[in-house]
Design a protein around this ligand. Structure first.
Ligand code: MSP
Length: 661
């Protein structure tokens, strides 16, 4: 083996507040494959993985589990190791941040930074996200974290600060001179933009909790968990050790050749970490490679998605097959779209129009038959769900619950509370109150019913409805009309999932990509319903737009190529007055911005479309809809019996105006 050649690769170290899942396995697996190949090539290879065990998040999880942080960390760390062993990961070391060798190394690094004048003491007041272990740009108590959407806490503390602001130019120079420092290119550009937007000094100690490595010489403070965690890459191979062999090892393997990470922790690895190292005058790692996420991340989609799928898609008693596609589809349509939409629309509107207080439904003039229908449907759902579920017919029980969800979503679209809210007068106000009460009460009922299937997300919705702990609710008492009037809603956060945009969007995009490929690949005979015009949309489907179809329904490539398909960017979107199903979009297709009227309003909120890339049939004759000229057709899959449109999109970034063929 040629010892002159060495390769040091690291995985991120995993937080012990979550049980290991497939997403964690993914990063580690990728590194293992790379390391195995290097070894086979005769390279002296070192693969490091481990667990990240300090911080407030972990302290709190431990308390909630009735354990000390150390006990808690011990258990979960073992679980990570066991997972990696089961997966046949051949790691060379497994570092835990609670080990003495690590603590000593981190303190050493801190002292070095101090000695070289990069640390000062100051006071900081700001919004802190416990989940991301980060001060964030958010204003006011409870303001949502811009990274993850969770409520932040206002924290004021005397802290040690690292002079990060002094490193902006050096970092930019690094990215410039070593273009491979951050890969892929898109991530590199994001980091450059972030640094160019200005760097503030970084608070690197905490005094509001205890679970961490003490700041040397000041036991009131523990070292910021990211400075602690990042240092593992050095401490694991001997940094800060007094032992000669360990020091040699550090000299031999450092700098790391690759830090493999997920894309959400780029800032820490590509900005903070190189800045710490520059300040401490330690050589920089050669590259940081960021990968995307697997779609089913525990904290993003939670176990609920799988639980729901297994009980909804598989008819209990019969053999069932599991497919990732089907799981994604179910998640998108039933959870992210149907229930997620119902909950976020209802709660956000109550927050917006009634200051977060459940409004009184009113009798008389503001009452409509549609309100009674929702109530009846809710009563039917309670009884049908119960009977079917108790008869082990889980799938049909969930269908019954979702029929209520769909009805209420439809009710909202028909009653248009957002338009009623714009009208003046007592009566409109009373009408708005009735609609939102009705919808919130139906949401409460469905949430209680499906709690056994979706324990996590329903507990969350229940809290948001201001109803406290759902596990204490007496299901036997469930009936219409129990939602406390004037009750105060809890904090509103996205339920499916925290990755509000990203996870759902990624999943939707993946599904759409598949759909659009199926629909449009010239070599594959397209399914007849794969691309359908949306109700009210201006053109016949692509698959039927071929005049010269052969008797077997196949068309020539030339016929297909007559259809001009382009990537468009939605610049603006709004509802068309008086047309429930229509949205007016302005779509940039590179050469021009087109007005398009699309029948997708039942499936998409206009705001959600702005900034999204779509596929446009660009060479259709213009057509007028509700007096508006539509210049193109947005391509969508038509899903389910109701033909719900799901927009085609791309998993990778594509330039606006690019032609599809
Ligand atoms: N503890 C920090 C990292 C500190 S490194 C000095 C952390 N831990 S984590 O457990 O939340 O995530 C560790 C890694 O797992 C991240 O790279 C993250 O992207 C990855 N994954 C977690 N879930 C994932 C998926 N579902 N898919 C792919 N990778 C994901 O962040």
């Amino acid at each position: 083996m040629d010892k002159a050649l060495k390769f040091y690769i690291t995985t991120p170290i995993y937080y012990v507040n979550a049980r290991p899942h497939i997403g964690h396995a993914y990063t580690t697996l990728v590194c293992d494959a790379i390391a195995r190949r290097k070894r086979m090539l005769g390279v002296d290879t070192f693969l490091l993985t481990g667990t990240d065990e300090h911080g407030q998040k972990i302290e709190r999880s431990a308390t909630a589990a009735g354990k000390t942080p150390q006990q808690f960390a011990d258990e979960v760390s073992v679980a990570f190791r066991a997972l990696f062993d089961r997966m046949n990961i051949k790691y060379d070391d497994f570092i835990r941040t609670t080990e003495p060798r690590h603590q000593q190394g981190v303190q050493e690094l801190f002292k070095r930074l101090q000695k070289k004048g990069h640390i000062y003491k100051g006071t900081y007041t700001g919004q802190y996200c416990v989940f991301d272990e980060l001060y964030v740009d958010a204003v006011g108590p409870g303001a949502p974290c811009p990274e993850c959407g969770r409520p932040t806490e206002t924290v004021s503390e005397d802290n040690y600060f690292f002079k990060l602001s002094a490193f902006a130019d050096k970092l930019l120079k690094l990215y410039e001179e070593q273009p491979d420092f951050i890969r892929p290119e898109t991530r590199r550009n994001e980091v450059i933009a972030f640094v160019k937007s200005g760097l503030r000094d970084l608070s690197i100690s905490r005094s509001t909790f205890k679970w961490g490595i003490p700041v040397p010489g000041d036991r009131k403070h523990v070292i910021y968990v990211w400075l602690d965690a990042l240092s593992n890459y050095c401490t694991a191979i001997g940094f800060g050790s007094e032992d000669k062999a360990a020091q040699e090892k550090f000299k031999h393997y450092w700098p790391a050749d690759v830090h493999m990470i997920g894309k959400e922790i780029i800032r820490f690895h590509c900005v903070y970490w190189p800045a710490f190292l520059m300040a401490a005058e330690i050589p920089l790692p050669k590259s940081v490679i960021a990968h995307g996420w697997l779609l089913f991340e525990e904290s993003k989609m939670s176990n609920d998605a799988l639980r729901y799928f297994l009980l909804r898609d598989i008819v209990f008693g019969q053999d069932g097959s599991f497919s990732f596609d089907a799981l994604v589809q179910r998640y998108n349509s039933d959870l992210a779209n149907d229930l997620g939409n119902l909950s976020s629309r209802t709660l956000t509107m109550i927050a917006r129009y009634f200051d977060g207080t459940v409004p009184y439904p009113s009798a008389m003039a503001a009452h409509k038959k549609a309100d009674d229908t929702v109530k009846q449907q809710a009563e039917i759902a309670i009884s049908e769900f119960g009977q079917l579920f108790d008869d082990y017919q889980f799938s049909r029980a969930l269908e019954a619950a979702w029929s209520l969800v769909s009805s209420v979503n439809k009710y909202l679209v028909e009653q248009e509370p957002w338009i009623v809210a714009e009208r003046e007068g007592q009566e409109n106000r009373a009408r708005l109150a009735t609609i939102l009460y009705t919808s919130a009460e139906a949401l409460r009922i469905v949430t209680a019913l499906v709690h056994p299937v979706l324990p996590e997300s329903t507990a969350n919705i229940w809290q948001q409805l201001g109803l406290g702990d759902i596990t204490k609710f007496d299901l036997a008492s469930l009936k219409w009309g129990q939602l406390p009037l004037s009750g105060k809603l809890g904090k509103i956060t996205p339920v499916f999932p925290r990755a509000d945009k990203s996870a759902v969007e990624r999943m939707t995009q993946m599904e759409q990509e598949r759909n659009s490929t199926n629909a449009l690949a010239p070599s594959a005979a397209p399914a007849p319903t794969a691309t359908t015009p949306q109700p009210g949309s201006p053109a016949p489907p692509v698959t039927q737009a071929q005049p010269a179809a052969a008797a077997d329904g196949k068309i020539s490539i030339d016929d297909f190529l007559k259809v001009e398909l382009r990537v468009g960017l939605v610049k603006s979107a709004e509802r068309v007055k008086g047309a429930d199903r229509l949205l007016r979009l302005e779509v940039d297709i590179g050469s021009e911005v087109r007005q398009v009227v699309a029948g997708i309003a039942l499936a998409y909120e206009p705001e959600a479309l702005v900034g999204r890339k779509v596929v446009l049939v660009a060479n259709l004759q213009p057509r007028k809809l509700r007096g508006l000229e539509s210049n193109g057709m947005i391509v969508a899959a038509s899903v389910g019996e109701e033909g719900k449109p799901v927009l085609a999109g791309f998993l990778e970034d594509v330039p606006v105006g690019a032609k599809l063929k």
